[in-house]
Write a protein that binds this ligand. Structure first.
Ligand code: AMP
Ligand code: GLY
Length: 418
């Protein structure tokens, strides 16, 4: 079986390593992949957003199954285009990917179907948004409607900051057309949980829960990043909260999408906040999270490719999805300075390890050089969360590159919660 994976980060590396375990797989192509992924798949220099070239390549190579991992190609309709030439895919079509592609859409969906989320209003012009702000409690949250590389959310601590955010998004267009519309919403508090779920549109099977660490510095200080580390399972996410989420959030979302003529297939990501008034949705993503995937997939005991195929042909059932009851931790090693300015091009040396997932590195001959902000994710599992954390940091000590930076406290908040 020939499998194509669109994307080229740590998440894609984790997906590819798991797909490799399937004995029917003969070839894996990564578009574009990266220098680390090149050990596990054939990397082809086609950008993840270049749908025309992706389809051409898939057709020429007679690909049997495609996995579209990042948000951009999903929102642009990569799955629709691949399906059109007869290639089954893991991932939602364009109509369903809007659940991540438009925050105005997802907020309106939640309101219409009574799915718990922060109170909000949406706006398509600056004047109304500014007027509305005068009535809001502070802090208040401003979100650009469209994709913004995970940066389109501003938590304003004063009215002035909120006004500045509206002007910079809607007038100065700091996030481009993503800011033509905005959502202004209530500030919620409570622990955050990420829950990824497999779905074929009818059945939904949640994966093990996880916790991201989005800020650049220890103690959740510093700038927001794509994610500096993760742990799984998330200790705040108890069995009773999981049952409540299934009943009040997950299944209602699945039914809502179906009812809107936007049946969702693939991985639906629920970003949740456990507020004093119960779990609420902070955001939906139409894909695997990064770096959540780097702790969730190591704990998956079943065959990933079989599950992915079942989401596309409507045969998913919970018996084919089994997770280990161990814990996992992923420490992201980045270039110092990320998410702002940083230098790259430094040689990476690391042990041969099946749970080191490369994100920002390129090959130079047989040397691996840093090439991005998030360079790699070092994951490990353990019988307990504290073992998993220890094992991950022990491995980190054996990964070397100049200018390396990582948080020292991944999992500490979760340990305190236990
Ligand atoms: P997002 O890009 O939607 O994942 O948002 C980034 C982060 O902003 C989330 O992980 C939360 O920590 C925070 N956030 C988003 N919406 C809210 C909200 N309504 N109240 C409090 N924090 C929020
Ligand atoms: N780690 C958050 C995300 O993938 O959006």
């Amino acid at each position: 079986m020939k499998v194509l994976v669109v994307g080229g980060g740590g998440r894609e590396h984790a997906i590819i390593k798991k797909i490799k375990e399937n004995r029917n797989v003969t070839d894996i192509f990564a578009l574009p992949g990266n220098g680390g992924i090149a050990k596990d798949a054939t990397c082809v220099n086609i950008a993840a957003k270049d749908i025309k070239q992706i389809v051409k390549f898939a057709s020429e190579q007679k690909i049997d199954f495609a996995v579209v991992a990042p948000d951009d190609p999903l929102v642009l309709g990569a799955v629709d285009s691949l399906n059109e030439i007869g290639i089954p895919c893991f991932g939602p079509d364009k109509k369903a990917a809007i659940i991540e592609g438009s925050k105005v859409f997802s907020k309106n969906l939640m309101k219409k179907y009574n799915i718990p989320t922060a109170d909000y209003e949406s706006f398509n012009n600056k004047e109304d948004a500014l007027k509305y702000l005068e009535t809001c409690e502070i802090p208040v949250v401003i979100k650009a409607d469209g994709l913004a590389l995970g940066k389109g959310v501003i938590i304003a601590q004063t009215l002035e900051q909120a006004q500045e955010a509206v002007v910079s998004i809607m007038e100065d267009k700091v996030f481009g057309d993503s800011g033509n519309n905005i959502v202004i919403e209530e500030f919620l508090t409570g622990p955050e949980v990420s829950v990824l779920a497999f779905t074929d549109g009818k059945t939904l099977v949640p994966m093990v829960s996880s916790m991201d660490h989005k800020r650049a510095k220890d103690n959740d200080e510093g700038l927001n990043t794509g994610g500096m580390g993760t742990i799984a399972p998330n200790p705040y996410y108890t069995e009773s909260i999981a049952a409540e989420c299934m009943e009040k959030i997950f299944m209602p979302t699945l039914h809502a999408m179906k009812n809107e003529g936007r049946t969702f297939k693939g991985c639906l990501y629920f970003g949740l906040m456990l507020t004093p008034k119960g779990p609420k949705v902070i955001e939906y993503n139409c894909r695997f999270g990064d770096p959540e995937t780097q702790v969730v997939l190591p704990l998956l005991e079943s065959d990933l490719l079989d599950i992915m195929i079942s989401t596309s042909n409507g045969t998913l059932n919970k018996d084919i999805v089994k997770f280990s009851d161990k814990s996992a931790c992923c420490v992201v090693m980045s270039s110092d300075g990320y998410p702002q300015k940083y230098d790259t091009g430094f040689e990476i040396t690391m042990p041969d390890d099946n749970m080191i997932y490369v994100a920002g590195a390129k090959l130079d001959g047989d040397k691996l050089l840093t090439s991005g902000g998030r360079v790699l994710g070092v994951s490990a599992i353990g019988d307990s969360l504290s073992d998993a954390i220890k094992n991950a940091y022990n491995k980190v000590d054996n990964v070397k590159f100049a200018n390396a930076y990582y948080r020292k406290d991944i999992g500490q908040k979760a340990l305190k919660a236990l």
